[in-house]
Design a protein around this ligand. Structure first.
Ligand code: 13P
Length: 340
């Protein structure tokens, strides 16, 4: 294991107040988002969309790493330049999603287990050769009546730890993503309790698998009330609940926590991250950063709509959203930064 290389990569991924752009939607997920906007669900449309993203001028000012998907890491610009090279030239570290998706967990109605360990060692070595220096694996945990169960938390945490160990062996920084979903009518408090329980189990398993905490990044959900919960707390209350749970459950040896956006609007995701960085500035052992997909890409996708005539305004929207999130890392985001 190249210990110092892993530490250096993990630090570089959150240096200079930058963060990660998750552009690793699987083909079915990307197609679903395209379908909503009437964009053709073809490989060429997905390639063209990803070309719009990676060629955004100035993207590297706010983005330190981009998470690709297997299809995307093999793709190139129209002129033949591989996306990996485009990113590297922009000072952005290429990463890769390596799980193969969440499937129903046997014996646990309503719960999922993320798959992808078969052949992972070989895939990681291939991705490293292609230029990837970090990886991502997402576990999904739903909150509901009697769930998440201990069995589901335990199994997903075990998979995350085995994946993280293999990544570090291959020289890739593992992004460890246990996502507690926003769907449901649960309270903020319940989300906090579940998030803490999940994170404790994840770190327990990471330790069992001898994962070097200094060479990984945690990608959790923010602590939020369920989407259908009648009580929706303020930005500051969400910031407090989130950081309180993280301080209780995440070891200080972890260099950074990069949140997923999970379906929050870009404005709320930025405002909540901003509030955390303002309110807890001097008390945080780790960097609090972002690894958003929808909260960075969605406005750009809605402008682009599959038509390259909209390329420039779409890229401007992407650049802007990334910039807002870099500002939020510094506690300098302000709703007035939003485009009208
Ligand atoms: P969202 O920010 O859209 O939740 O996506 C982050 C991600 O990478 C999910 O795995």
């Amino acid at each position: 294991m190249r210990r110092q290389d892993l530490i250096n990569t993990a630090r570089a991924l959150v240096a200079d107040h930058k963060g990660l752009l998750a552009m690793d939607e699987s083909t079915p997920t990307c197609n679903k988002r395209f379908a909503k906007l009437g964009i053709p669900q073809t490989e060429e449309a997905r390639r063209s969309y990803r070309e719009m993203i990676v060629t955004t001028p100035g993207l590297g000012e706010s983005i330190s790493g981009a998470i690709l998907y297997d299809e995307t890491i093999h793709q190139s610009k129209k002129d033949g330049t591989p996306f990996v090279k485009v990113l590297q030239d922009a000072g952005i570290i290429p990463g890769i999603k390596v799980d193969t998706g969440a499937k129903d967990l046997a014996g646990h109605p309503g719960e999922k287990i993320t798959e992808g360990l078969d052949g992972l060692r070989e895939r990681l070595s291939e991705y490293f050769k292609m230029g990837a220096r970090f990886a991502k694996w997402r576990a999904v945990l739903a909150i509901g009546d009697g769930i998440p169960s201990r069995g589901c938390i335990d199994a997903n945490a075990e998979m995350l730890a085995l994946y993280a160990g293999l990544c570090q062996e291959a020289g890739l920084v593992p992004i460890v993503e246990p996502e507690v979903l926003m769907d449901g009518d649960h309270t903020l408090e319940r989300c906090g309790k579940v998030t803490e329980e999940v994170l404790r189990m994840v770190f327990n398993k990471l330790n069992s698998q001898r994962v070097m905490l200094e060479g990984m990044i945690l990608k959790p959900n923010m602590v939020l009330p369920g989407l259908n919960c009648p009580k929706q707390e303020s930005v500051d209350e969400v910031a407090d609940a989130t950081v309180t749970s993280l301080l209780r459950a995440v070891p200080a040896a972890v260099p950074a926590i990069a949140f997923l956006s999970g379906g929050q609007s870009p404005e709320l995701a930025s405002a909540r991250l901003n509030a955390m960085n303002i309110r807890f500035k001097s008390r945080l052992p780790w960097a609090l950063a972002f690894s958003f997909a929808r909260a960075i890409q969605q406005p750009a996708l809605e402008i682009w709509k599959g038509n390259d005539a909209n390329l420039l305004p779409a890229q401007q929207a992407l650049y802007h959203q990334a910039k807002c999130n870099r500002a939020a890392r510094q506690g300098e985001y302000n709703a007035s930064m939003e485009r009208t």
